[in-house]
Structures are given as C-alpha cells and as structure tokens.
Unconditional design. Structure first.
Length: 196
C-alpha cells in the first residue's frame, strides 16, 4: 500500500517536471520576444538563447520556427499529425501538411506563386496580378490560419458530458511576429505531398 503510494508520488513528480519544463520554455520565448528587437540579442537577459541563423528562403526560416517553437510536439514531425487528444471532436490534433489544399492551392506552381508573394511581404489584398482566379479564397483561408496561430483556439469536445480535451491550440502572438507566422505558413504550404 505504502509502496504503491510512493510510486504514484514519483510518477506525479515526473509528470509535473515535464509540464514545468514546457512552461518554462514558453516563458523564455515570451521573455525573449519582449526584450529589444529580434535582431539585437545583446539586450537579451537570456544569455544562452539560440541566435537566429540566416536562411536561404522564407520556407527554411518557417521550418526553423516550427521546430524551435515546438509546434511538432502537438502537430507531429513536419506537421503530419496523428497526436491523440482525449475527447477531442476531431479525434487527433489536426495535421498541418495539407494546408495547401485548404488554401485552395492545387499545384506546386501555385504553391510557389503564393510562397513568393509571402516572401515579397506583399499583403494578399494588395496583390496586383493574382496567380489564379480563386486567389480570394486562398486569401480568406490564409487570414483564418493566421488568426488561429496568433490567437489560439479551444479544442471542442466530442462528448460534452466528459472532461474537455486537456490541450488547446496556444496563442502565439506574444512570441511570434506576423512575419514569423507568415514564414511558418510558407513552410506548411511547402509540406504538401504533391507526389502522392
Ligand atoms: C499544446 C499543443 C499545441 C501546440 C504546441 C501547437 N498547436 Fe496548433 N493546434 C493545437 C490544437 C489542439 C488545435 C486544434 C484546435 C481546434 O480544434 O480549434 C490546433 C490547431 C492549429 C491550426 C489550425 C489547423 C486546422 O486545420 O484548423 C494551425 C494552423 C496550428 N494549430 C498551427 C500551429 C503552429 C504553427 C504551432 C507552433 C507555433 C502550433 N500550432 C503549436 C495544438 C497545438
């Protein structure tokens, strides 16, 4: 009996430390976001905070941000999904590698055109020469995806009489700039498995 109780205590302590480590990491990211501008790491109170390397493309930068911010912990490596979420209406945490389809981007050429627009920092509603006729639909989807990443979203319950899903989509606006979020969306668009 006593033995069983101490086992439970140890398990509880391990679980608590894991949660605390995750919270602490988020705190470090938020603290970093609030100190100086992003390029000026000399002002950072966190001496070991990793420097942002230079990237060849917006997609590469998005991949780095996706990994650094731990998006994969809930959405799977390279956004492939499959992470179980108890009592979640949609079953598993949404995959993110099919976002191109959701944005009505139906070919690698269209994907490249949209990523080029994001990379040029042109707002979607200022695009003079849309790459395809349904670009307005792409823009609407893009706005809603940015909104979810920025403000988070509460995971709906499959069965309202049971405890709600223990995990929600966190809000990232204190950690990620609009430009960061755009870079991540470019990366997610690039993940679409066109060959399958
Ligand atoms: C703690 C777990 C967790 C983390 C970490 C997380 N997400 Fe989420 N995310 C979720 C859940 C749960 C949902 C579904 C919310 C809902 O059903 O409304 C979601 C939804 C989303 C959606 C909408 C998907 C769709 O099909 O509607 C996007 C886009 C997204 N997350 C991107 C990200 C990005 C980018 C990161 C990292 C910066 C991230 N998430 C980190 C749990 C997480």
């Amino acid at each position: 009996m006593k033995d069983n109780r101490s086992k439970k205590t140890i398990i509880a302590i391990i679980a608590m430390s894991a949660i605390l480590t995750a919270l602490l990491w988020r705190f470090v990211l938020v603290a970093e976001a609030f100190t100086g501008d992003a390029g000026d790491t000399s002002a950072s109170p966190v001496p070991d905070a990793p420097l942002e390397p230079t990237f060849d493309s917006v997609v590469e930068r998005g991949k780095w941000l996706f990994e650094r911010n731990g998006c994969f912990a809930c959405h799977g490596e390279a956004g492939i999904g499959g992470v179980a979420l108890p009592n979640y209406a949609a079953g598993t945490v949404p995959d993110l590698n099919y976002i191109a389809e959701r944005m009505t981007i139906y070919s690698p050429e269209d994907a490249k055109a949209v990523i080029d627009i994001i990379e040029s920092r042109t707002p979607f509603d200022k695009v003079q020469d849309p790459p395809y006729p349904r670009f307005a639909v792409t823009k609407a989807q893009y706005d809603s995806i940015r909104q979810v990443i920025s403000n988070g979203s509460q995971a709906g319950s499959a069965d309202p009489s049971k405890p709600p899903p223990p995990i929600n989509m966190p809000a990232w606006k204190l950690i990620l700039s609009d430009e960061d979020i755009d870079a991540i969306i470019s990366y997610l668009i690039s993940l679409y498995p066109w060959d399958e």
